[in-house]
Design a protein around this ligand. Structure first.
Ligand code: MG
Length: 455
């Protein structure tokens, strides 16, 4: 992992680590990296610093000889989609996804709609840090243009892949993020009756925090109960995540939702490979195996999932944070597309979402994080491996991402975060008590190592 790029591009607090100066350098570096230049798409979420960074990245790209096509406020999947649709050389999304409003970030996409790989970021990073830019001659400086048709093109493409739907009532909470301009309109075009909440773009996120987790979605739950709607949908700040609330007002665990969609996609395709991450629930393995599909597990992070979707010719990829990669349209997690896919399933089966989910068990899955200074993470993880081996001599240890211990009918994973100074843990078992015991035992080991490692 480099100094600048985390799991999801460059992400930091505005005007502290992420300054206009760094953003210009990122633009210059991308422009230098793109040998054939061409045009680069720039999209941004609704954050207050979005325009500031858009101008800076754009300036760097123009100086390096690329043209710039600004698509304005747009979800991350719309930006990635646009790289292919508008035949650009690359794309840049300015977003900090679900982070608090003082954060922002810069993430690059290839013109195949897939995010830059860690290998590509490793090539860009030294160009930034060592200022190895190639500036264009005065007569080769790029041209900038602004267009407002990217969202419309994205909506049309989704509609061309999804069967229309009659009269379902959907409540969608856009959390004042970039999907405010897309999902409510897409759902209406699909034939749904739509109630949109927090659907005015606002970088202060006055409606709720941009992370779509149950504690931030009470308003959505209340509206579903009050209106007897069929489904509730919520997005994160940049629209690469989706979570749903069932018609009774219950939060659906994203793992179970993924298991449902995966099993349906396998049935539609009469087989196929599903890609998910090492921290996904056992309910996904069970649902996929039941209908004869194959499952591939990757490192955490949507780029790792997308790369495996390509490598194994997967028909669906996703993560338990609520991302869905549907490769025929987008190799970036596309939450509006996933929303349409879920609604299509409800229409096709004429069933309630809670009924469709009945066959998928809800295993207790606990997630937690422990603060850990960035510079000692690697050492801690190395030491943990030895300790864990001693404490759990019968566990099978997997190292696809961090350390995963597989026990009988339960597992736990310990993984250094790519975006924050924390070590993340996730544990799942068939019964809550077992998951709690496993989590507390391993958390203690991690805390002890951090304590010793900080001295
Ligand atoms: Mg996001």
């Amino acid at each position: 992992m480099g100094k600048l790029f985390g799991t999801s591009g460059i992400r930091a607090v505005i005007n502290e680590q992420l300054t206009p100066d760094l953003a210009i350098k990122a633009g210059l570096a991308l422009g230098t990296y793109l040998e054939n230049k061409g045009k680069v798409i720039i999209g941004r979420d609704t954050r207050t610093s979005g325009e500031m960074l858009e101008h800076a990245v754009s300036s760097g790209l123009l100086a390096a000889g690329c043209d710039v096509l600004k698509i304005g406020v747009a979800p991350t999947p719309t930006t990635s989609f646009s790289t292919k649709y508008f035949q650009a050389s690359a794309g840049v999304i300015i977003t900090a996804s679900h982070n608090p409003p003082e954060y922002n970030g810069i993430k690059f996409f290839n013109n195949t709609t897939i995010a830059f790989t860690p290998e590509q970021e490793e090539k860009i990073e030294p160009i930034i840090l060592k200022e190895r830019y190639k500036l264009a001659e005065w007569d080769k400086v790029g041209k900038a243009k602004t267009i407002d048709t990217a969202i419309e093109a994205h909506i049309k493409t989704i509609l061309s892949h999804i069967k229309a739907c009659n009269g379902l009532e959907i409540v969608v909470d856009c959390g004042n993020g970039a999907t405010s301009l897309l999902t409510p309109f897409l759902l209406k075009d699909l034939g749904c009756k739509v109630i949109a909440l927090n659907a005015q773009p606002d970088g202060f996120f006055p409606g709720r925090s941009p992370e779509p987790i149950p504690e931030n979605l009470q308003n959505l739950i209340d509206v579903i109960k009050a209106t007897n709607a069929d489904l509730g949908i919520a997005h994160d700040g940049d629209g690469d995540r989706i979570v749903v609330i069932d018609e009774r007002g219950n939060f659906v665990s994203p793992d179970r939702l993924f298991a449902l969609i995966a099993s349906n996609v396998i049935k539609e395709n009469k087989g196929g490979t599903i890609v998910t991450t090492v921290d996904a629930s056992m309910c996904i393995d069970e649902a996929v195996n039941k209908v004869g599909g194959k499952i591939i597990k990757t490192k955490v992070g949507d780029t790792a999932v997308a790369l495996s979707v390509c490598k194994y010719n997967g028909i669906l990829g996703g993560e338990p944070s609520g991302t869905f990669i549907i490769p025929e349209i987008n190799l970036c997690p596309d939450a509006p597309l996933a929303a349409a896919k879920i609604i299509e399933l409800l229409c096709k089966t004429k069933a309630k979402i809670s009924d469709l989910l009945k066959g998928i068990p809800e295993y207790p899955i606990l997630r937690s994080k422990i603060s850990c200074p960035q510079h000692i993470k690697e050492r801690i993880m190395n030491k943990l491996k030895t300790t864990i081996n001693k404490v759990f001599p019968n566990a099978q240890i997997e190292e696809i991402d961090g350390l995963r211990l597989n026990l009988k009918d339960s597992w736990i994973i310990v993984r250094p975060s790519g975006t924050e100074s924390v070590i993340r843990l996730a544990a799942e078992a068939q019964r809550k008590k077992e998951a709690e015991e496993l989590m507390s035992k391993v958390s203690e080991l991690v805390k002890k190592e951090i304590q010793m490692g900080s001295k």
